[in-house]
Design a protein around this ligand. Structure first.
Ligand code: BMA
Length: 367
């Protein structure tokens, strides 16, 4: 009996060892990228990092103020994870689809890294056949960018620009900054040109693998790749378009709470279901699981943080949870509080939760 316990114990350690040391999919990933990956796994023993999209670039009523953040203004600390967006970089434009200057964005990524926090990037790239990422009437857009397709050469140019940007993310000593990259997300929905109504699974997987291989060939070795479907009922549906363990580092999911009455139960149940099977799959595959996007439009429930989000993630070992952006212009759109916003008080309580990790509580993530 005792022997059995000891061997189970040793076995447990061995599993933990393999789990902790599994490497990123890129065999040439930089040391810091490897360290980030190992630390993303470790951090789940401590808690869940809080993330916010475009946090240090703009917020409700301001833009580009250095070291400003709606999250910090509300609770005194920055998020631990910062999300950023590269849509329109592929076109060679100097500003993103959200009117963010790419040089300014680079300066924020560098600053976040300098402070020891973590960067993740999404990419709402235009439809290669014309229009935006959301121009989803096409069914041949993915095919068109693959080898042999009419837009293949143009797409390579887009990937060159992407590679160039990733290779430009360096600290003061010229060292590459690790990024969690989340391309072609929400592929289980039908609203992007790479969605499940717009291309076959085979084409999607080819698009993903082509991108990973292309960036690696261009010498980009500072990425961890996140696969992030939208809300799906089963693990099988989640993995339907999965490019494979050799092409994905992190399992993510995007689930929002709908507006309106009685949406809370569905949100909490859906998030817990998906996050639970993802965490299990991540442990079996030696990957990391994250809640890559969530929120409720304009944080319309005042105790959303402690009463909804926390209930959705409590006791599930994900590395981070990220809420979407606080837009500074255009139609009102915010997913995090700002001073005076209805949920600001509740957010302060959420911040005090010992399991929620903000920037000041981060251990070293890059060594
Ligand atoms: C969407 C919205 C858009 C934005 C896009 C990329 O979900 O926030 O306004 O352009 O993300 O950031």
């Amino acid at each position: 009996m005792q022997l059995k316990i000891i061997s189970l114990f040793v076995g447990g350690f061995m599993i933990a060892g393999v789990f902790t040391h599994a490497a990123p999919i890129d065999p040439h990933a930089t040391k810091a990228t490897q360290a980030l990956y190992a630390n993303l796994k470790k951090i789940t023993q401590k808690g869940i990092m809080f993330g916010h999209q475009d946090d240090a670039l703009y917020g409700v009523g301001w833009k580009y103020d250095w070291n400003r953040s709606d999250i910090k203004s509300v609770c005194g600390d920055y998020p631990a994870v910062f999300g950023w967006e590269l849509g329109h970089l592929e076109l060679g434009h100097s500003n993103s689809l959200d009117s963010v200057n790419f040089d300014t964005l680079r300066s924020r990524i560098k600053e976040v890294y300098r402070r020891g926090a973590v960067n993740t990037i999404s990419w709402h790239l235009n439809n290669p056949l014309g229009g935006t990422a959301w121009d989803a009437k096409t069914t041949t857009a993915v095919e068109s960018v693959l080898p042999g397709g009419a837009k293949h050469a143009m797409f390579n140019e887009w990937l060159n620009r992407l590679a160039h940007f990733f290779l430009s993310l360096r600290d003061d000593h010229g060292k590459l900054i690790p990024i969690m990259f989340r391309p072609y997300h929400e592929m289980t929905g039908g609203w992007f040109w790479w969605g499940n109504q717009q291309c076959t699974t085979k084409q999607y997987v080819e698009l993903w693998r082509y991108t990973v291989n292309y960036l690696e060939k261009k010498g980009v070795h500072n990425l961890l790749y996140i696969y992030s479907p939208t809300d799906v009922p089963t693990s099988q549906a989640y993995f339907e378009r999965y490019p494979g363990d050799k092409y994905v580092d992190i399992l993510g999911v995007d689930i929002y709470q709908d507006k309106g009455e009685n949406t809370s139960e569905r949100y909490i149940a859906d998030a817990r279901r998906s996050l639970s099977f993802m965490v299990q799959a991540a442990s079996q595959r030696h990957k990391v699981a994250v809640f890559s996007e969530t929120g409720i439009y304009n944080v319309s429930i005042n105790d959303w943080w402690t009463n909804e989000l926390w209930k959705a993630i409590k006791n599930i070992p994900i590395a981070y949870v990220l809420v979407w952006r606080n837009a500074c212009d255009g139609p009102t759109q915010f997913f995090a509080p700002y001073p005076g916003q209805g949920s600001a008080q509740d957010f302060k309580a959420f911040k005090k939760n010992p399991k929620m990790i903000f920037e000041n509580q981060l251990p070293g993530m890059y060594q």
